[in-house]
Write a protein that binds this ligand. Structure first.
Ligand code: SF4
Length: 486
């Protein structure tokens, strides 16, 4: 494991190893020298910040980048005037791209004041050719650009950046490589994401992810279990297994295995109290998984099951490969088998060709499934996806009318769903002190609902039984009824 490596003992006069992760350890050692000598020149410690846009997968990638940066000698900070700023970008919606361009202008201003400053960009947006062209032409102050497939060689790229003094651009079109045992700097000491697979094979017609993250690749169950055991030994009590479509985990392994099988293995690990996962594609959600969840003491009572649309006609155009009826019967089965589960979802409004009747179908599903929460998005056209060239892009007034109506239904059903726990006492993992009032703690229930209650910071990272006194729409105010033993 990397934390047993003494980087100062690596022989930098030798050729870099060809094998991973030894090759990256070599470059970490080399980067340490560059950072050390720059620190000595400037008479201060160099600082770095990683800014994450987008999803949980990116958040986990950012922890890996931060892990390398700490190893090479940067002090991590939240300030974008740091000596090295990395934007880990998202491209799922166009406004995510626009935000990055906007903020790059601000970074350029900081760089003019601090000529030692380095700016790096990575993540999904970098996998788009048009983005790279634009950056090459109009954002020449950027020092390092890399993509999603070669993030494992961040240390090597950093080294090239230090040595070359020019902009380094390295984008891979795809990869089948998964490199284990690289440094990670977790944001929370008590909970952690774990990538179980990368990429996606589904090609939903609106989605750019398969083009920027590549085809599905699962990590071996042995590597995942080993990582979870290490995390448990390090004090982690809650894990979140991450993949674009966790329900198809293991299908492409040499010895195929199922996601439910992996969950059962994770469940056996001492010290792990809670297991979450994200994201489930409805078409691949198996009875085996429902059974595993039903009988588990550790798998959280929360399932995020993206619906996207309740109209079978639109679902077909989206290439989702389930119908309205199939989704409804799946949700019904889940609610019947696991009555205390919270089901949340994602919904897109304004997909090409969508009419008010289609949106009414979606509203019908929201009412029938009674989602505990739903993330509603206006369709964003992504160049290169089949939906981008579909006729009948939806007029703005229909999108607005449909979106508002849908949102109101979601809020009503979610409020009623969350209110069902009123008066109960449930275990909450304490995540942090409340940002507005530091006499309050913020905890998360197994069903993902947030509860604020009086308590002191020593409880952060512990599971506390909390009585849910008042429901405030999407969260509760409560009181601790039992504090854990230390
Ligand atoms: S399942 Fe569909 S929406 Fe999800 S990442 Fe894959 S292509 Fe995109």
């Amino acid at each position: 494991m990397y934390n047993k490596i003494d980087f100062s003992k690596i022989d930098l006069t030798a050729e870099p190893p060809a094998e991973e992760p030894a090759r990256q350890y070599y470059y970490i050692a080399k980067c340490r020298q560059y950072v050390k000598s720059a620190s000595e020149r400037l008479g201060r410690t160099l600082t770095s910040t990683v800014v994450t846009f987008g999803c949980q997968m990116n958040a986990r990638d950012s922890e890996k980048l931060a892990g390398i940066l700490e190893c090479v000698g940067y002090q991590m900070s939240d300030c974008e005037e740091a000596d090295l700023v990395i934007y880990n970008t998202c491209t799922v919606r166009d406004n995510a791209n626009q935000r990055v361009y906007g903020r790059l202008g601000v970074l350029h201003g900081f760089k003019k004041k601090n000529p030692h400053m380095k700016i790096a960009l990575c993540g999904c947006m970098m996998q788009e050719e048009s983005v790279i062209e634009k950056l090459r032409k109009s954002y020449r102050f950027i020092d390092l650009i890399f993509g999603t497939h070669n993030i494992f060689k961040f240390a090597e790229l950093l080294c090239t950046m230090f040595e070359s003094g020019r902009t380094v651009i390295d984008i891979w079109k795809d990869t089948d490589k998964i490199v284990e045992d690289l440094p990670v700097e977790r944001k929370y000491p008590f909970k952690s994401g774990i990538n179980i697979m990368f990429g996606c094979n589904n090609f939903c017609s609106y989605c750019i992810v398969p083009y920027v993250r590549g085809r599905e690749r699962s990590r071996s169950p042995e590597d995942i279990v080993k990582e979870i055991k290490t995390l448990a030994a390090d004090g982690v009590v809650e894990i979140m297994l991450l993949g674009q479509n966790v329900n198809s985990y293991g299908k492409n392994l040499e010895k195929p295995t199922s996601f439910a099988g992996l969950l059962k293995e994770a469940e056996k690990i001492d010290g792990i109290e809670r297991i979450r996962f994200m994201t489930s594609h409805p078409k691949d959600l198996s009875d085996e998984l429902i059974e595993a969840m039903k009988h588990s003491e550790k798998i959280c009572r929360h399932l995020h099951l993206p619906l996207q649309s309740g109209s079978t006609r639109i679902l077909q155009a989206m290439n989702r490969r389930y119908t309205k009826e199939q989704y409804l019967s799946l949700a019904e089965k889940i609610r019947k088998e696991i009555p205390d589960i919270a089901i949340t979802t994602d919904i897109i409004v304004g997909f090409p060709g969508e009419t008010m009747e289609d949106i009414e179908e979606t509203i019908d599903v929201v009412k029938k499934v009674r989602f505990d929460n739903a993330f509603t998005f206006i369709y964003s056209k992504r160049t290169g996806t089949p939906a981008a060239s579909m006729p009948d892009q939806v007029p703005e007034e229909i999108v607005k009318e449909g979106f508002d109506k849908l949102l109101k239904t979601v809020q009503d059903t979610a409020r009623n769903q969350v209110a069902r726990w009123q008066g109960q006492t449930l275990p909450a993992l304490v995540e942090e002190q409340n940002a507005q009032d530091n006499t309050l703690l913020t905890g998360r229930l197994s069903n993902n609902t947030i509860v604020h209650f009086p308590g002191d910071a020593s409880l952060i990272g512990r599971i506390v039984h909390v009585r849910l006194k008042e429901c405030h729409g999407f969260y509760y105010m409560g009181e601790a009824v039992e504090t854990p033993k230390f």
